[in-house]
Write a protein that binds this ligand. Sequence first.
Ligand code: AMP
Length: 376
Amino acid sequence: MTPIVLPGSTIGVLGSGQLGRMFTLAARRLGYRVHVYSPDDDTPAGQVADQEVRSLYSNLDAVADFARQVDVVTFEFENVPPDTIEIVNAIAPVHPAGHVLYTTQHRIREKSFLRSLGIPVTPFRAIRSWEELRNQGKDDLPGILKTAAWGYDGKGQVKVQTQQDLESAWAGLKCDEAVLERFVDFDAELSIVAARGRDGSVAFYGPFNNMHANHILDASTTPSKLPQAIIDDAIDIARAILTEFELIGVLCVEFFLTTDGKLLVNELAPRPHNSGHLTIDAHATCQFEQQVRAVCGLPLGAATQLRPAAMVNLLGEVWRRGEPSWAKALAVKELKLHLYGKRETRVGRKMGHLTALADSPSDALEIALTARRSLC
Ligand code: AMP
């Protein structure tokens, strides 16, 4: 059994965006040192880490050097190549394990894995060539064509209404493998953030009710007012996935709740998730601290929710009229501002978020939305 990685030790993080930043802040609160690795510098995580290493994920010598400086490694970026994880793991343990990343970074592998467990997924067809799409795609329309790898926040996916749209959709994605998903009529989008420790103990957050705009998460609220049977089902699915993967760390399961009341898994992310950001302010132990505890082999903390809460994202658009009016938003009581330290604002880029606490999730959402409107 690998020894516990105690506070004072060094955690390595592959990836250095906002998830890495919030993970690093949680780790430093617990007394760990953190080194982050990514191809960029002055990154959201690098700004708060003990060391920021800038190199390509494909530079295996630099990756091995990085691994030699740390006691345990985790990742916040899903597209780390499998070779990189293998090199790291030969030097320092990686959690969640490489096989989890390998499965979840590719939509065909991920959906096939879920199906093999009997977990309902969005109906899909694996596409490996234009001929396959041309000959078989017409049976799955209207749908969404998504690249099998490298997609996030609506990137790498295109809506396909008719057979005539197929060719331009395939050409536009510029990929070798894709999935064509049926368009799902849903009443709600939900997520469960789940954690599993080295001892096999588990903790669950949510379901979060998620609202998207332009395929990007816009707002999340919890607790959910859905029937208990649906909540229990969602948690059971998350538990089954954690167990099958023997996952150590945090995993998010995103669901569609269809108009006829069925839960379908849309996708998995083997790391903390945007919908779980409100756990920093609303829960006894947040998703990032849970990741620290799990990967270091410490007991998980309580996932108890302390107040109903809502989170709204701050995308680059909030800066369209110049620097947002932070003082106005911060004058709202029970509102928390989180900014990720990104210098360059772009439309659709996640720059920060607001969390509001209130007596109900709908009140919290109203407070957060009003505060966001006051920013620009
Ligand atoms: P994804 O990157 O797969 O999580 O997709 C981003 C968002 O696009 C989802 O959260 C949904 O709002 C929407 N979306 C994705 N796939 C489908 C689908 N098959 N049917 C309907 N909406 C979808």
